[in-house]
Design a protein around this ligand. Structure first.
Ligand code: NAP
Length: 279
């Protein structure tokens, strides 16, 4: 493996840590985003799922790629299948960031992308992260500002995972062939309800934060009221169903298998991101 590594979503929540981790290992990185913004130590390259003409220049000189679908996009198949095809045509190894639980049913669009990758003939690793801890300082930050996170999760628990641990898993998968042809379900170290999560955040930032279990309808109204398109708001509400069912409460050792290190706790995340959580 001597070529460059393309990181899609390189300026985003996980991608930025993937870039840092690869650079720390001495890899040559092409940091892809629509803006093509250069990232310190890496080459910036313009890439847009919706613009296939950007694929050729992005994959030029590349033998491995970290592939994810940026948040805000619901059409996993429509946008990712052409990227998988372009990578496979060039025999580029793909580390695909999918999502926890999508292997429950082969009709789930993300699972269909995984299946296409499995059948593509190119080397691959699939990573299925659980709910990100980082959502608290990104998507749920307005709730934290108001002292209350409102989600349709009921008292369902999730083993929240720090984006730094997803990225470290990605770096391991990209820089070793030991994990090729396998899928890993990435979890944090402990299953927590949002009531428990809010208490941990509250303690770390020194201000009250509570959790309000709302209905799907209330959640969708809140999101659309804040400018989120209705179809994406409905999609986000739908992915809380597995949380309410308790399916996201699994804790396993896959992060440690990949990275050699136990995943970070929500307490560690909250302490490290206290400034971002209160900004
Ligand atoms: N959040 C969770 O709890 C969770 C849990 C499990 C799985 N996931 C999965 O993780 C994925 C999101 O990962 P993430 O949060 O690391 O991504 P992210 O931060 O939302 O990704 C943003 C990055 O993608 C780039 N980008 C945005 N639109 C693009 C486009 N049309 N074409 C190419 N690049 C584009 C952005 O740069 P520009 O704006 O310059 O283009 C930026 O570099 C989703 O697919 C989600 O299903 C999330």
């Amino acid at each position: 493996m001597s070529g460059k590594i393309l990181v899609i979503g390189a300026t985003g929540t996980v991608g930025r840590h993937v870039v840092d981790g690869l650079l720390a290992k001495g890899e040559a990185v092409k940091a892809a985003s629509r803006a093509g913004k250069p990232v310190a130590g890496a080459e910036g390259v313009v890439f847009d799922y919706a613009k296939p003409e950007t694929f050729g220049p992005a994959f030029d000189g590349v033998d491995r790629a970290y592939v994810l679908l940026a948040s805000g996009h619901a059409d996993a198949k429509g946008l990712l299948l052409p990227v998988i095809e372009a990578a496979a045509a060039r025999k580029v190894k793909v580390v695909l960031q999918s999502a926890f639980g999508v292997d429950a049913d082969d009709s789930i669009p993300y699972r269909q992308v995984e299946i296409a990758l499995e059948k593509s003939g190119t080397p691959y690793v699939i990573l299925r992260p659980n709910w990100f801890s980082d959502n608290f300082h990104t998507f749920w930050k307005p709730g934290i500002d108001h002292g209350q996170i409102a989600l349709p999760a009921a008292e369902g628990k999730s083993s929240f995972i720090d984006a730094r641990d997803i990225a470290a898993s990605g770096v391991a998968a990209l820089t070793s062939s030991s994990f090729d042809g396998k899928a890993f379900n990435l979890t944090g170290p402990e299953a927590l309800s949002y009531t428990q999560g809010a208490a941990i955040l509250s303690e770390a930032i020194g201000k009250p934060v509570s959790y309000n279990a709302v209905s799907d309808e209330t959640f969708i109204d809140m999101l659309t009221g804040a400018g989120v398109p209705a179809d994406y708001a409905s999609f986000l509400a739908s992915i809380f169903y597995p949380v309410r069912q308790g399916w996201t409460a699994v804790v396993n050792g896959d992060v440690e298998t990949l990275t050699g290190n136990a995943p970070r706790s929500l307490q560690t995340y909250a302490a490290d991101y206290a400034a971002a959580l209160t900004a």
